[in-house]
Ligand binder design. Structure first.
Ligand code: HPA
Length: 253
């Protein structure tokens, strides 16, 4: 459906595991966007939140039916862009590698390393497309990161400023050896969906930042011999509950 409501979008939010609907989004309309890359993960929901026009898209689908390697990242980012979004916050569940990044901690990373494979990572990956190389030294938009951090502080959330997000293929969690290697590489967090979303946003000229919600200590980083999936979802639910509060403060800034 073409975008019928032309009010500019202040902010787009891509919800990760645990965030399938945006609580408090009002007067919503749903937009099923036809993209040249196939279907997005679902409809983009446009609505009002805290005086802002917000576009929301559930990365894994509203019923969490898409594993990280099957998400159509190109279609998702394209859909938001084509509706007029220019600023995107990707909310991502992560495992913490660094000691101060335990369950329920919220981090706004400033770097990333991509360990994924077999995902389409560029809009150039189409026959006949012009090949464009883009700068990605700083994968996240600093002004957006700063505003997110300020909003988190205003909401009373002690979000950590910076950290390196390692993007893995999933859907399985990592081995201890893989996490030990990632730690040596300089990763502070591990998640499955941060890439290629970030680079696709950059290719389309969107501002993009990541709000990383720590659900567990990554393999070998906590006291447990095994990671409990139930605990992951419990911690994630607690951290996810902070997201609308943070974005309400964002709107006030
Ligand atoms: N690894 C990768 N992705 C994750 C994890 C993890 O330990 N926890 C939540 N998302």
């Amino acid at each position: 459906m073409p975008h019928s409501n032309r009010t500019p979008i202040d902010l787009a939010v891509i919800g990760g595991s645990g965030l399938y609907k945006f609580p408090g989004l009002e007067n919503t309309t749903r937009h099923s966007v036809d993209t040249p890359y196939g279907p997005a993960s679902g409809d983009v929901v446009l609505g009002n939140f805290a005086g802002m026009r917000v576009a929301f898209l559930a990365r894994h689908g509203e019923s969490h039916s898409l594993p990280p390697h099957r998400v159509n990242y190109r279609a998702n980012v394209w859909a938001l862009h084509s509706l007029g979004a220019r600023r995107v916050i990707g909310v991502n569940a992560v495992g913490g590698i660094r000691a101060d990044m335990g369950p329920r901690v919220i981090v706004v990373p400033d770097q990333l390393i991509d360990y994924t494979h077999g995902r389409t990572t560029s809009y150039c990956d189409v026959d006949g497309a012009e090949v464009r190389h883009i700068d990605f030294s700083e994968p996240y938009t600093d002004s957006l990161r700063r505003r997110l951090l300020a909003a988190a502080r205003a909401a009373g959330v002690a979000a950590i400023d910076g950290g390196c997000y390692g993007a893995t293929q999933g859907p399985r969690l990592e081995t201890r050896a893989e996490i030990a290697r990632m730690k040596r590489d300089g990763c502070d967090l591990v998640g499955m969906t941060g890439m290629p979303e970030a680079v696709l946003a950059r290719e389309l000229g969107l501002e993009y930042a990541c709000l990383a919600l720590v659900a567990n200590f990554a393999a070998g980083c906590g006291d447990e011999a095994e990671i409990s999936i139930e605990e992951i979802f419990a911690h994630l639910a607690a951290a996810t509950a902070e997201v609308p509060r943070i974005l309400a403060e964002w709107a006030r800034a």
